[in-house]
Design a protein around this ligand. Structure first.
Ligand code: SF4
Ligand code: SF4
Length: 369
């Protein structure tokens, strides 16, 4: 990764924090900083993805602005995170999507929704789009099941491949060659990620100012994360129903795919709304403002995925079903194809950073040069 002003600034601030050590109990970033006397670019990117931007170290810091040391760890680590998404993207040529990310994601989502509406009209007719159809297989009379599987399967497999290769690059950069295998620490890292263990701001919750605010960001992250997993489980169960049991969607409200999808949609919608409000209320001094569009676009995509899914469930027996299906599929498809080039990758890099942290703790991290 080429040297950037964010890397230089992160190195300067980490060196000050290493001498100060006032914040060492707040989160995982400080013990990680304190385990070294000097930092490689990989180390700095590792710190960036360990940080949850809770703001506690900015609010507590005696050297934060207007002090001349100008220590602002949340902002510089946010800038570094955003730069690392582009630097580790696969293929590199598409890393440019992380510049003006909000605009790209909005454009692609609009094009995908328009594409599904046109495809429905092209495959069937405008009348079919606004007709009422409640019989089993109603969705597939608008778009054949096989076409859905091919289109979504290809997008999903590409996203998995691109993200796997990006995370591999990131891991090679942050994991030092002399260190031991991370495999024994996999369970600990999975637990830390599942609990959002370090999103507590040292126990008081996320901070915008000196006043401690309730730890709602952690709750909204949980709702969004587990909402996404439930929606994924709903799709997996529906696929089993289709191929193993020969049962076609739409399913009744009490059936497992609908129950899982409804709970997931509620989680995504409430969590997305909460994260959006928290983002808009965030103290701008701690934010990497030029890249705010990326955060907002990703939250909106998750929110739209949940909300359009719930609307489709509520109105599937009305003439709005065709349009809502196109809207929902368009949003989900654009979420899939933009996964490797949106803030979605932040979850994977965070997991890799937690894995290194768990591994270093297991090895009894000591100060190294
Ligand atoms: S953020 Fe400020 S108070 Fe905390 S360790 Fe760094 S320099 Fe010290
Ligand atoms: S913003 Fe929060 S998570 Fe990030 S370094 Fe500071 S205390 Fe740690």
């Amino acid at each position: 990764m080429a040297a950037t002003s964010s890397l230089t600034e992160a190195d300067r601030i980490a060196t000050i924090c290493n001498a100060c050590r006032y914040c060492e109990g707040i989160c995982a970033v400080f013990p990680a900083i304190e385990s070294r006397r000097s930092f490689t670019d990989g180390d700095l990117n590792y710190f960036a993805h360990l940080c949850h931007a809770c703001g506690a170290c900015y609010v507590d810091c005696q050297f934060s602005p207007p002090h001349e040391f100008n220590v602002n760890l949340p902002r510089v680590l946010a800038a570094l995170r955003a730069e690392s998404f582009k630097a580790y993207a696969w293929p590199r040529a598409l890393g440019g999507i992380f510049d003006r990310n909000g605009l790209w994601i909005s454009l692609l989502a609009t094009l995908c929704v328009a594409g599904f509406i046109l495809a429905f009209v092209g495959l069937q007719s405008a009348d079919a789009l606004f007709g009422v159809d409640t019989a089993p297989g109603a969705f597939y009379r608008l778009m054949p099941h096989r076409a859905m599987v091919v289109v979504f399967g290809a997008a999903f497999l590409y996203a998995i491949l691109a993200m796997a290769l990006s995370v591999r690059r990131f891991w090679r950069d942050i994991a030092r060659a002399e260190d031991r295998s991370a495999l024994p620490s996999l369970w600990q890292a999975t637990r830390d990620a599942g609990e959002l263990r370090y999103l507590g701001g040292g126990g008081d919750g996320c901070r915008n100012t000196d006043d401690v605010t309730p730890d709602k960001r952690r709750l909204y992250h949980h709702l969004t994360f587990y909402g996404f997993l439930l929606c994924f489980a709903s799709t997996a169960v529906a696929t089993l129903y289709h191929y193993a049991l020969g049962r076609e969607a739409p399913y009744p409200w009490y059936d497992l795919p609908v129950v899982l999808g409804t709970l997931g949609g509620i989680g995504l919608t409430i969590g997305g709304c909460g994260l959006l409000v928290a983002k808009l209320r965030r103290n701008p001094a701690m934010e990497d403002l030029p890249r705010r569009g990326m955060d907002l676009a990703f939250i909106l995509m998750l929110l739209l995925t949940g909300a359009t899914g719930l609307l489709l469930l509520l109105l599937r027996a009305t003439p709005a079903m065709g349009l809502l299906l196109a809207l929902h599929l368009g949003v989900v498809f654009s979420l899939f194809i933009t996964m490797p080039y949106s803030k979605f990758v932040h979850g994977l890099y965070r997991f890799a950073a937690l894995l290194r942290y768990a591994r270093d703790r297991r090895a009894g991290a000591t100060i190294v040069e």
